[in-house]
Ligand binder design. Structure first.
Ligand code: PDD
Length: 276
């Protein structure tokens, strides 16, 4: 396996991660996951802009320019000879003796590698089941930080209950999924939580909103309640790995008739057309 370290592509065996890297000890870093279709990174500019924003919010200097990073991501995909896969990128504040304040001596480190992934088209046709659970994460979910325990615990709870996603809520207001954004459809209108500090500003979420608008579907970025989920005509989630995927059951209750809905299917088709 090849690994991108800053702007160098190396063999995995030649990469050394320091014991006192702050990503490892504090989760002090950020990441991105980018889908690759036919050897081409999908919506790469949007992912790069979000990486820059996350870095800025954490006062983290990116060790490589975005222009150079894009070239290296493309080179990594080519050298690995991959067509459909995803690219994982992370940047940590670097290695320094373990103390909480930002170290003056550390240099941020970027690492990247190719992960196996396949768009789950079977799930797209069948839909997934979700649970709801309290959103116990911090209040800067807009930063794509390495601190993922709130999401990990929620996803684990879903899996233990035979479900594929956990839909998070704060005092009954639905925020997002553990690794997805959540939409409901009611009387032909789409609702999703506004892009503020309580959710990740998902790139697939944004694409879905744009596609809906093109299809003349009304979209409201308005918070909604857990009860609205149960009573929705359709529920779907969006994310880099899962694309646009219907949710047919929430907390064991069927959404609508318990089958993927028409608005969701229409958006899925429009999304597939974007990929080519
Ligand atoms: N997860 N919300 C959360 C909490 C996420 O972690 C993600 C992505 C999304 C969807 O964002 P996007 O459409 O930009 O992928 C929403 C990534 C893929 C992950 O952690 O694997």
């Amino acid at each position: 396996m090849l690994v991108l370290v800053n702007d160098q592509i190396k063999s995995r065996e030649d990469v050394r991660i320091d014991l006192e890297d702050r990503g490892y000890q504090f989760g002090d870093g950020i990441y991105e996951v980018i889908s690759v279709y036919n050897g081409q990174p999908f919506l790469m500019d949007q992912h790069m802009q979000r990486l820059e924003r996350s870095a800025r919010e954490l006062m983290l200097d990116l060790p490589v320019s975005i222009g150079r990073l894009k070239e290296k991501v493309q080179a990594l995909i080519e050298q690995e000879g991959r067509s459909t896969c995803s690219v994982y990128l992370q940047v940590t504040r670097g290695a320094a003796p373990r103390r909480h304040p930002f170290p003056t001596s550390a240099t941020p480190v970027l690492t990247g590698y190719i992960m196996d992934s396949n768009p789950p088209r079977d799930l797209h046709a069948e839909g997934i089941r979700a649970i709801t659970t309290d959103d116990i994460r911090w209040l800067r979910c807009d930063i794509k930080s390495l601190n993922l325990l709130g999401s990990v615990l929620a996803k684990q709870k879903a899996v233990e209950q035979g479900c594929q996603e956990a839909i998070l809520h704060r005092s009954d207001t639905v925020t997002e999924g553990s690794s997805t954004n959540v939409f409901i459809v009611k009387n032909g209108t789409l609702y999703t939580h506004p892009a503020n500090h309580l959710i990740l500003h998902g790139i697939t979420r944004h694409a879905a909103i744009q596609l809906a608008e093109k299809l003349n579907t009304n979209v409201k970025e308005t918070p909604f309640k857990r009860e609205d989920l149960y009573e929705a005509d359709e529920v779907f989630v969006t994310g880099t790995s899962i694309e646009i995927c219907p949710v047919t059951h929430v907390d064991n209750r069927a959404i609508g008739n318990g089958q993927p809905g028409d608005v969701t299917k229409q958006l899925q088709r429009a999304f597939y057309d974007l990929i080519v």
